[in-house]
Write a protein that binds this ligand. Structure first.
Ligand code: FES
Length: 173
């Protein structure tokens, strides 16, 4: 993968670079950015993709986008905070992201999502009234080999069943 030269990287970007090996979503985002040949006017499109992958845009993701698009961090934060569509953090204490990409879908991700929606009483994109759980969906998080995958509080869990998902939720709720 191509990262900005070390001398250009901020501490945050270095931290993100260290995380890359363990989180394939950054690789997918990087490939997406490459498709646009690092064009600055692709920023909004790239942020859309990032939110689709991560569910929300935290500091590490915004720093990564800034670094890869070679745009000032202030510009990336400026755009991300200007549009209501972009979420800078999940509203809930816990976050459950169900992948609905093709590989996960054919292995029952829709049943997983239905189980989570049934247990929490909310739909994808919503947060429980007590702010405990935010439920999000993504389109392929780069873990197709272990589909269906769910990301619980940032950790990718492999081969999930509705029972697995409910077990996680019961720890939170
Ligand atoms: S489709 Fe779910 S990880 Fe790729």
């Amino acid at each position: 993968m191509v990262l900005a030269p070390a001398h250009r990287r901020t501490n945050a970007a270095t931290r993100v670079a260290q995380q890359l090996g363990s989180d394939k979503r950054f690789k997918i985002l990087e490939a997406h950015i490459k498709k646009f040949q690092q064009r600055h006017d692709a920023l909004i499109e790239v942020l859309h993709k990032a939110q689709e992958l991560f569910g929300f845009l935290d500091d590490n993701v915004l720093q990564f986008v800034s670094d890869e698009l070679r745009l000032p961090t202030s510009r990336v934060y400026g755009v991300a905070t200007f549009y209501h569509y972009f979420k800078l953090k999940p509203q809930g204490l816990h976050t459950c992201v169900v992948c609905l990409g093709t590989a996960c879908y054919v292995k029952g991700a829709n049943k997983l999502l239905a189980a989570v929606e049934g247990r929490t009483g909310i739909s994808a994109g919503e947060t429980t009234p007590d702010d405990k759980v935010s439920l999000l969906t993504a389109r392929c998080i780069g873990a197709c080999g272990i589909a269906p995958a769910v990301v619980y509080d940032g950790k990718v869990a492999p081969k999930q069943t509705p029972e697995d998902a409910l077990r996680h939720l019961n720890e939170w709720i």
